[in-house]
Ligand binder design. Structure first.
Ligand code: HEM
Length: 496
């Protein structure tokens, strides 16, 4: 008996530490996982690629190949409106279902948003529902249409005026320039003027370091998302330096404004002065820094790239460009007039062009991830349990023939008129997301989009010079941009 008890543990240890046993255990563990996720998990009934646990690596590779959104769109074409993307991730491309989970505060943003705390939680990155409600109460009024109208002189002076002057110089010389870069500089200068107290002067030859700081800060966010807990600042000293510089710069701007005692009419001032009626508190210094940086990140390349896509779509569709030009010519007879928002706020074709561009080239194509709340949710007839990560394929929704007939064609006229079809299309346009976490800056964005597009098309004729054609297919990074990152054009000033 005593002999047996001595031998048994020794034998077990011998068995457990054999290569064969370890290998068998690993295989059993992998097989168990595979079988569970294929046949037992509550998500196993949702259509999608087989061997779903391995599919996550294919998805990751599409992120690196910058074609995540196009790939997910293909999956929706194959499997329908609800597709399983991974062991616990699901993509939805059904407008009714999406309204159900976006138009509520119940579903938290996904954990990956925490990568964008800069430096602290902000309206964009926070997953804390109560904090978000408070921040939204404080920040939404700053972007109301009347508030945006009140800062129109800053937007025109720092933005469209300088853009127009800059393009005029190139039009006179007849040389080729990168319109996308010009639009980037304009949107940075506008956020500089309205949220940082003064234009960054990028359109007039100023220091472009701010763009680098933003790119590096975004890169940190993306690395944190990819590497999760493995991210170590130590390994990315240059990126961290940029983030610290941006923080330091923003803090200086805020302190200088406070110290000056002078009240300005801009977004920064409104953020400094805002007080929450429910709590009696405003924004702390750290929150002010984080919100100002968030505006730079959320409000510059989104707007610049949307304008770039719009111009590219118009250049590819000259009849649409001509029709827009005619509408603008009638509304603004003198091409040298400084264009104001009131001149362009209700031009149907201008709006049609912008809606169509936002539909065909949504910069925010990857879709806003949310975590399913307690109790789960039904999406297009499928039950999705608590804890699952849901995202939306904006590209797939915007290509639904049932809502957007001839979806592959650029047809601004589809948005004209006030009928049920147009209302349904507007309800399904997701480029600014929707609900309590939808874009808080959309009024400012629409303001810039209308004013800038009208200025460009009323004042100049554009062409892509022979030999300057670029790869303009969408490449998905933080946002969806043209692959070559440029739009090379020549401009001629309109005289009538
Ligand atoms: C064409 C231009 C723009 C597009 C397409 C756009 C799109 C979006 C989208 C899709 C979201 C939701 C993101 C998510 O759930 O992951 C969002 C949120 C946000 N956007 Fe925009 N945006 C634009 C311009 C702006 C501008 C000009 C600003 C401000 C200066 C801004 C500030 C924000 C902020 C602060 C949020 C977070 C809102 C919240 O969670 O409450 N955006 N935007």
């Amino acid at each position: 008996m005593a002999e047996a008890t001595l031998i048994l543990p020794d034998s077990l240890v011998d068995i457990v530490f054999t290569k064969e046993f370890v290998l068998a255990a690993v295989i059993a563990w992998i097989l168990g996982g595979v079988l569970y996720h294929e046949y037992i998990s509550p998500l196993s009934k949702i259509p999608g690629p087989r061997l779903i646990v391995f599919h996550e690596y294919i998805l990751l590779s599409t992120v690196f190949r910058q074609c995540f959104d196009a790939y997910v769109h293909e999956l929706h074409k194959k499997y329908g409106p609800v597709v399983r993307l991974g062991a616990t991730t699901v993509s939805v491309a059904d407008p009714d279902s999406m309204h159900a989970f976006y138009n509520t505060h119940r579903f938290q943003k996904s954990v990956s948003y925490e990568a964008f705390h800069n430096p602290t939680e902000n309206i964009f990155s926070t997953r804390n529902i109560e904090l978000h409600k408070r921040l939204r109460r404080l920040i939404a009024p700053v972007f109301s249409m009347s508030a945006v109208l009140a800062i129109e002189p800053l937007i025109i002076d720092a933005g469209t005026d300088k853009l127009s002057e800059r393009i005029s110089v190139h039009a006179e010389r007849g040389d080729t320039f990168d319109l996308m870069a010009f639009l980037y500089h304009m949107t940075f200068d506008v956020i500089g003027a309205v949220s940082f107290g003064q234009s960054f002067g990028l359109q007039t030859g100023g220091d472009h370091t701010i763009i680098k700081w933003i790119e590096d800060s975004l890169a940190i966010g993306i690395l944190k998302m990819g590497l999760k807990g493995l991210f170590r600042p130590l390994f990315f000293p240059q990126l961290i330096r940029s983030m610290n510089k941006l923080d330091e710069f923003t803090r200086k701007v805020i302190n200088a404004r406070r110290a000056s005692g002078v009240k300005h009419n801009d977004i920064l001032q409104r953020l400094l002065d805002t007080v929450d009626e429910e709590t009696g508190h405003g924004l702390s210094d750290d929150q002010l820094v984080a919100e100002s940086i968030t505006q730079l990140i959320a409000g510059t390349d989104t707007t610049a790239v949307t304008l770039t896509w719009t111009m590219h779509l118009l250049l590819e569709n000259p009849a649409c460009m001509q029709r827009l030009y005619k509408e603008l010519q009638e509304a603004i007879p003198d091409p040298n007039t400084k264009i104001h928002y009131v001149d362009v706020k209700s031009l149907p074709y201008l709006d049609g062009v912008l809606h169509e561009s936002l539909r065909m080239r949504p910069v925010s194509a990857a879709g806003s991830g949310r975590t399913v709340a307690k109790g789960g949710v039904y999406m297009a007839g499928y039950y999705i349990p608590e804890g699952v990560e849901l995202s939306t394929s904006i590209v797939a929704v915007h290509a639904l023939e049932s809502i957007f007939p001839d979806a592959g064609l650029f047809k601004p006229e589809r948005w004209l008129g006030n009928n049920d079809q147009v209302s349904e299309m507007k309800r399904s346009l997701l480029t600014f997301a929707m609900g309590p976490r939808g874009c808080v800056g959309r009024n400012l964005a629409w303001f810039e989009l209308r004013l800038t597009l009208a200025t460009l098309v009323r004042q100049f004729a554009f062409e892509v010079p022979a030999g300057a054609e670029l790869n303009m297919s969408p490449a998905q990074g933080f946002i969806s941009k043209p692959k070559d990152g440029k739009l090379l054009v020549r401009a001629i000033k309109h005289t009538a």
